[in-house]
Design a protein around this ligand. Structure first.
Ligand code: PLP
Length: 287
């Protein structure tokens, strides 16, 4: 079966899909993106993801390439063509194609829109064995709240983690606190059973999964505190886990090779994962 990509108004064979060499996303990382999870043909949290895309565009003064209504249609059409059941929809908007210059183009340039889909395995409600994380210095810029395609610090941190046998990198700021993962938000459960995740400001991405989990934690009457937490605190934590559109809720069982708690996925992460999957399953199928 052919796999399609959407590129600036056309559905094209994924293998032949291309963008212009003077696309500002390619040359200057002048663009933003979103990743929406799909489970059983259902988009998870589509609206908040599209709201965040709008916000990222606004922060960088890039115009929306198409209306919300059109984008919603394109997402569904691509999912339908690719028979996407479990996986993700990736969308990217760049400032467009223009003669290379750091300043914004002075002539009217249409923003470029690309969408692709990826199949993944059907994620279980069970958390699995958990993952290891490796800490890395957070060397990113001061607007991590914008979901831009400029991901080089994240790429390098993730690669360092992978080379040490860990799945994710946890980024550590100059005060010794964990900001977030290279592509996930970071959480701990303290010895006092407090659920802690860093507050959203310009220092981290306001994860959509993080937002949904906050509501779930509230419903479960868990004590949630949004504040910075140090690496030392994370090492002493009873549990730790990550959240993202693609990993849902996944326990962290080792930090830099040392076990978290008893080194096994804990009850809070298990419960939150189950509830998150229940939430995802309650959505409406679009394919
Ligand atoms: N933090 C970073 C740096 C990310 O790249 C991502 C996702 O790509 C997240 C957090 C999690 O965000 P979401 O839950 O919206 O996938």
């Amino acid at each position: 079966m052919a796999r399609y990509a959407y590129v600036n108004g056309r559905y094209v064979d994924h293998r032949q899909a291309t963008v212009h060499i003077e696309d500002r996303g390619y040359q200057l990382a002048d663009g933003v993106y979103e990743v929406v999870g799909v489970r059983d043909g259902k988009l998870i949290d589509e609206k908040p993801h599209l709201d965040r895309l709008d916000r990222s565009l606004k922060e960088l003064r890039i115009a929306s390439p198409v209306s919300r209504k059109a984008l919603v249609f394109i997402i569904r059409e691509l999912m339908r063509r690719n028979r996407l059941r479990d996986g993700l929809v990736y969308m990217q908007v760049t400032r467009g194609v223009a003669r290379r210059d750091h300043g914004f183009p002075t002539t009217a340039v249409k923003p470029a829109l690309v969408l692709t889909t990826k199949n993944t395995r059907h994620l279980d409600a069970d958390v699995g064995p958990g993952i290891a994380v490796k800490t890395q210095p957070d060397i990113r810029w001061e607007r991590c709240d914008i979901k831009t395609v400029a991901l080089l610090p994240n790429v390098l941190a993730k690669q360092a983690a992978r080379e040490s046998g860990a799945y994710e990198a946890w980024l550590i700021d100059s005060t010794g606190c964990v900001t977030e993962g290279a592509s996930t938000n970071a959480w701990i459960v303290t010895r006092d059973s407090e659920l802690v995740t860093r507050q959203t400001d310009t220092g981290i991405l306001a994860g959509i999964t993080r937002g949904t989990l906050k509501s779930i934690a509230d419903k479960l009457q868990l004590k949630l505190v949004e504040r910075p937490f140090s690496l030392a605190e994370a090492r002493q934590a009873r549990e730790a886990f990550i959240t993202s559109a693609t990993s849902f809720v996944t326990p962290v069982v080792r930090i830099d090779g040392e076990p978290v708690g008893d080194g096994e996925p804990g009850p809070t992460a298990r419960r939150l994962r189950e509830e998150y999957v229940r939430f995802a399953d309650a959505g409406e199928a679009v394919t």
